[in-house]
Ligand binder design. Structure first.
Ligand SMILES: [Fe+2]
Ligand SMILES: [Fe+2]
Length: 193
């Protein structure tokens, strides 16, 4: 089967659209987080934004590999989520759910179709991207839950809290609200990405 006349070709275009949207959607979350002073959450999200950009790039490359001709149009009828509003915690949880859908439902289905149609390399790409989206799901879910429950800046045992702006370190169960050295907001405290 020619890629250009396959279902996989359309799935690549749908996946490209999805990744482009994810990239923008997470950039909006990143923008909101930064505005609220959650600098390190914003940086972590920015890494995800860049990864979605690269996922889109890989899908785009396969679409182009189908023909040397200019591709004027690929018709795709598909639905995409538009759930994020203005609350950071909710947005992270929504993002987690969207990532889970990609990781566990959408891309495995596209991979199976690609395999059925004889495009093993594209099936492999969908599988590899799905594995990354699973990590994104776990990351967004953890950040959303920790932020929502107030646990992001609290620990059960004393830990070291470090200000990423000036390097100030403090050990305790609760993180400082304002950095005593440089007055940075709590959002500047280093967190795991
Ligand atoms: Fe992605
Ligand atoms: Fe993702």
């Amino acid at each position: 089967m020619e890629l250009i006349s396959s279902k996989t070709y359309k799935n690549l275009a749908k996946a490209f659209a999805g990744e482009c949207m994810a990239q923008n959607r997470y950039k909006y979350i990143e923008y909101g987080a930064r505005q609220k002073g959650y600098k390190n959450i914003a940086s972590i999200i920015d890494e995800v934004v860049y990864q979605e950009f690269n996922h889109a790039r890989m899908f785009y490359s396969f679409i182009q590999s189908a023909t040397d001709e200019t591709i004027d149009n690929i018709d795709i009828a598909s639905g995409y989520p538009f759930r994020q509003k203005w609350d950071l915690t909710n947005n992270l949880i929504f993002a987690a759910e969207d990532e889970r859908n990609e990781a566990q439902r959408i891309y495995p289905e596209y991979a199976a179709t690609a395999r059925r149609e004889g495009f093993d390399d594209i099936a492999g790409l969908f599988d590899n991207v799905a594995a990354v989206e699973q990590r994104h799901f776990e990351l967004f879910n953890r950040l959303g839950e920790q932020l929502g429950s107030g646990k992001l800046y609290k620990a059960t045992e004393p830990v070291v809290w470090k200000c990423s702006d000036c390097g100030y370190e403090y050990s305790g169960k609760t993180a400082f609200k304002i950095c005593p050295l440089c007055q940075a907001k709590q959002g500047s405290i280093k967190i795991d990405g």
